[in-house]
Design a protein around this ligand. Sequence first.
Ligand code: HEM
Ligand SMILES: *[C@@H]1O[C@H](CO)[C@@H](O)[C@H](O)[C@H]1NC(C)=O
Ligand SMILES: *[C@@H]1O[C@H](CO)[C@@H](O)[C@H](O)[C@H]1NC(C)=O
Length: 929
Amino acid sequence: MRVFIFFIISITMASMAVFLSFVQKSRKDLFRKTRKHGIIRTILEAASVTDEETYKIPERHLQRSRTMTPAQFLAFSKHPEQETQAVSRAAEKMEASIQVLKEKLHQKRKRSLFPSDLLSTDVLSKIAGISGCLPHTLPPKCPENCMTRKYRHITGICNNRLHPRWGASNTALARWLPPAYEDGLSQPKGWHSGFLHNGFPLPPVREVTRKIIETSNEAVTEDELHSDIFIVWGQYIDHDLAFTPQSTNQLSLLGKVDCQKTCENQSPCFPIQVSANDTLPMNMDCMPFYRSSPACATGYQGVLLGNLSTLNPRQQINSLTSFLDASTVYGSNPAIESNLRNLTSKEGLLRINLQYFDNGREYLPFVDRVPSPCAQNLKADKVERIECFMAGDSRSSEVISLATLHILWLRQHNRLAKVLKKLNPQWSSEIIYQEARKIVGALHQIITIRDYIPKVIGPNAFNQYIGPYKGYNHTVDPTIANVFSTAAFRFAHTAINPIIKRLNAQYQNDPNLPNLHLHEVFFTPWRLIKEGGLDPLLRGMLTTAAKLQVQDQLLNEELTKKLFVLSNNGSLDLASLDLQRGRDHGLPGYNEWREFCGLSRLRTETDLATAIENRDVAKKIMELYGNPNNIDVWLGGIVENILPGARTGPLFACIIGKQMKALRDGDRFWWENINVFTDSQKHELRKYSLSRLICDNTDLTALPLDVFMLGKFPEDFESCENIPNINLGAWQETLQPEFTCGLPKRVENGDFVHCSEEGKSKVTYSCYQGYKLQGEAQLSCTKKRWNIDPPVCQDINECENKTNPPCHSSARCENTKGSFQCLCTEPYELAEDGQICTDSGRLPKSSVVAIILGIILCCCLAVASWFMICHCRTNSAGGSTNSHTLQDGRNLSAEGHCTNCHEMNASQSSITINPADKDNPSPCILLCM
Ligand code: HEM
Ligand SMILES: *[C@@H]1O[C@H](CO)[C@@H](O)[C@H](O)[C@H]1NC(C)=O
Ligand SMILES: *[C@@H]1O[C@H](CO)[C@@H](O)[C@H](O)[C@H]1NC(C)=O
């Protein structure tokens, strides 16, 4: 009998084991590596390691912990969009692969640092191809048709026909001076603690912040001329121009490093050291910092791709179009653009938030991937989540004032589009979208160059560096310079108010809308949606003075101690980030840039005091840096004496001036360039202003004519009726060329625009994102007939793309109409990037099922065996085992309980069954061992 029971138990165990091993196996299968041979295998291994390990840690945090650390917010706000990710990851893989190769070859032959002589060009281009760098280094084609002649490409490509990548998104930033890396190629300034620059070590950036930059929240000198919205516009425009993605790679090649944890300089981590006596709210040894991603074919990679005699030092990426083109509204790549558009509307609209409205006016839609990291109102019920906004730039929710500007422009686009549709009912939704986009872009340019920049750099620098417009110059490279985005245009970090005000319709403080500290408005879209919408915040921005940049009042503690602090889990420091970023990007020192701008080099403390009025500050800087050549350019720029009528000193005025000139003169679609707008359209556009934008898209009825100037309510406020507006009549198409041939046929999943060329009318078809054109894109009208049939838009099977697969190898790719899906097998779930499967930390569904099945099986077997045993026992009397099976009825107590084992001196394991029927009680079994 015992044998029989053991037999049953072993069968149960065995079947459980089979189940579990099956589950384990499926886990291992997931990260199976591709096997290739030789060098390529090494590369693939390096590349796949980088890929697989990359997202695990932070993504899990994102999913699980409800409040994120400031460093995670920074990682989120600097996290590249998919397309950028592909570019930066390609470069990172390439760099990783090359470092691995370098080490392997170095071990073999100790003589050569750069092994390029050992690798054939064939192998090199293979590396480039595998890592994904190749497509980003080849020149693109620039087709000529109605579409490309009339409208900017979303990526900014082909703006300059000879240099199609100038100003395009996801290309390298420009260097106006050669970089200053510690190894001349890639390592940031300050990487090696013992490294001396001009005889002195660089001071830790946090030291510089504490000794020179940081001031208390109360130390704010008001700018008597400018309003807060003047500063917010700066940030908004910066986000039209530049976004430097940071490294997504959390591995150094020597071992795993988690940049959130390590305090050592190990690529790509370059943590900010914090001294023991620091007064940060949390005890931190360092603040995490990820290096910005390298661009393809720069840094170590350049050594191999290029040519030993022409080293190509590490360069950083701008994932946005450089152009001033409202990419904040429309995005900088086709995937984002198509996600922002409402492709079902006939009016060329942008998608809006269908859940919430601001007094009947639109909000931006929420991001697709939820839960997003944006903070929630902790007092509200947990059911209703308010996610981050989705806009053309991924940082739109960073502060609510910035989100306000994004939302105003969304409303503006949709308003314009509806008017244009009324004026030109014959226009396709594509034409309306593009025309509205073109107007919105022009308005961004006008407000920036006419109203904003002169107040930043002052009238003299404006004339000196920018001057009047003389037409498009195809020799000018508009690409954003590294020094512009990493230093100069961060000047306004010194002009950010630590307090945010919201005012009621009488421009008074309202008890329902208390003043907020800046740190309370980071990543908090709920404060707009649930606390009165845009209007109270705008009233606050219009009538609050901007903070003035004063040499001993640079950044308030809200930014140096509480950046992105939404809970008590650490903090960041914007000043230290800015300084560290400059070193990460290898920006040359302050004096180098002064010389670049034709300003004198400052050699002594006395020299320094001529540029920095505040002697005390000049002295402290000398003490910290030792040699003026070592001064970080951002620091030098923000402490300089302000130019008359400006808000920056001479150095930043020069850099900003030069960049703005390049953005204007090197832009073929600049609004004033010939053949971009008609004269009457230009005349109308000139009338527009930021105050009109607010009149048109909010319930405010009076505004200062120039909202960048500080206004007192109500003296300085002009009724909206008196604020000039555009007459869109200038966009009414009198000539309707398509009617000579009839309207061109519409295509599914695509649209057309038309134009006339040499008196002939033409149409160009384009397909929506995810579809490809089959047939000729351009038709022309000859002899009252379209010369050929229109093309069709065919779904692209993204999953078939083997060179740059849309999903990571850990995920399964499934094609859908116009798109694709990456799917994960349990227990893995899709990471934020939508491509990689990460460990969810949950038990896989299949294991849960297996366990349940196992338990059921056990129970069944137990019950079955019990029946069997009972059955056997009743028929075989007085068996002599210490498993006592009591016979029916006999030992059953009145309540129907079985007799206990201890009567027999044995431990008990009993199954008690209540008899359903007292006269005929069911069997009772007691196993005693
Ligand atoms: C509350 C307001 C602001 C906050 C919280 C903020 C925060 C930040 C942060 C966290 C970064 C990234 C730092 C790094 O890791 O390198 C950054 C970058 C930058 N900020 Fe600000 N900023 C603000 C306002 C402004 C303003 C007013 C301007 C300009 C007028 C500005 C211009 C820039 C520029 C040009 C960059 C570099 C962008 C890039 O290339 O990726 N910011 N800011
Ligand atoms: C390498 O660079 C040198 C100097 O710039 C140049 O003369 C040579 O043609 C380059 N070689 C290749 C293969 O690009
Ligand atoms: C798209 O446009 C249609 C019609 O204009 C509208 O009904 C719909 O709500 C819009 N959808 C979004 C997400 O904006």
